[in-house]
Design a protein around this ligand. Structure first.
Ligand code: GYE
Length: 336
């Protein structure tokens, strides 16, 4: 009876037809309000859309897949001249990158904000320069939603809820003690997944005995889990805000002589290849997906914004969820 896999959220996948249209649109001129830059010329003489993208970092398998999707989609062939930078999980690096793209006068700015707060000043600079901004993956918590055109990404509260609902379905009534490995402090996915999970388990007898950040990385996830295992000898369940921290926790649990997935159950979010493999191997118990393939949506929205067309302010990306059996079935066709 347990639901193996289900879909929720609005579907925002880009069809093959839309991708074709994307190529066809690439000869459209940049809009007047685009900052006045002359876009680079493609081989066929078409005007490319120059886009400056500031990535969070390279902290996880999810991020690697996200970067690849963006770089594979925003190509000259598809009508883009992409400038890409990696902020190494530091907000100051992102702000610096955005400022330099503004100075270069790109047609479009896009970024995945490492944390939620502190963006208003640089977003206002972009606005005064007439450069439209597209947020991907993570949100900013700005009062003024005219500072960006569109936000493309998953519903992280829903992801946390889906994970928490499954935990309750499986483990309520067992008096489970749980530890939480949080994502980067102040980031939208860490804040929202914690909230969603907390809401879903409230009223159950799952008790959260500790919660610390592992910064979305495998190394820090392992370190934090080692600390938890030294401090507590009665941990039943780990909720990790991403696969990589869950994979780090697996290493710590195994090093402590226990069996992950059995002695200590593990729930994570992302469903990247390594996570799905660990789930299929029985070391993780459940994963809620977070789809990282945002390149096609970003390309489509950038095209529209430059052409002066209306775009949706919020595009919610579809997410699935997998138990161990579903992971075995899904693994052969996984794209990331
Ligand atoms: O879950 C995590 C990554 O912002 C959704 O960031 C993204 C999160 C993802 O480091 O693995």
């Amino acid at each position: 009876m347990a639901r193996k896999m289900w879909m929720r959220g609005t579907i925002a996948a880009v069809s093959a037809a839309a991708m074709l249209a994307l190529g066809a649109c690439s000869s459209e001129p940049a809009s007047e309000e685009s900052g006045g830059s002359e876009s680079a010329e493609g081989s066929g003489g078409d005007e490319l859309i120059s886009i400056g993208f500031s990535q969070v970092g390279a902290e996880s398998g999810w991020r690697a897949a996200n970067t690849q999707s963006i770089q594979d989609t925003l190509t000259e062939e598809n009508g883009f001249d992409l400038s890409f930078s990696d902020a190494q999980q530091k907000q100051e690096n992102q702000i610096q990158a955005l400022r330099s793209y503004i100075q270069q006068g790109v047609d479009v700015l896009a970024f995945s904000p490492v944390v939620e707060t502190g963006w208003d000043a640089v977003l206002e600079e972009a606005k005064s320069a007439g450069i439209p901004v597209i947020l991907t993956d993570r949100a900013v918590d700005s009062e003024d939603d005219t500072l960006y055109e569109s936000f493309i990404g998953s519903d992280f509260v829903l992801e946390g809820e889906m994970a928490g609902e499954w935990a309750v379905e499986q483990y309520d009534g067992e008096g489970y003690k749980m530890v939480e490995l949080q994502g980067t402090t102040g980031s939208a996915p860490a804040i929202d997944r914690k909230e969603g999970f907390g809401t879903a388990i409230s009223g159950s007898d799952i008790e959260v005995i500790d919660s610390q950040t592992g910064n979305f990385t495998r190394t820090e996830g392992k370190q934090v889990m080692e600390g938890f295992l030294q401090k507590y000898d009665d941990i039943d369940l780990v909720f990790a805000h991403n696969d990589d921290m869950g994979l780090g926790a697996i290493e710590a649990i195994e090093a402590a002589g226990m069996t992950p997935g059995e002695d200590i159950k593990i729930i994570t979010i992302d469903a990247v290849k390594d996570g799905m493999q660990a789930l299929a191997d029985g070391k993780i118990n459940y994963i809620v997906e977070c789809n990282p393939l945002l390149g096609p949506d970003l390309a489509e929205i950038a095209q529209k914004v430059v052409a002066g067309e209306e775009v949706e302010k919020r595009i919610v990306v579809e997410d699935l969820a997998f138990d161990q059996e579903a992971a075995v079935e899904a693994l052969p066709d996984r794209q990331y």
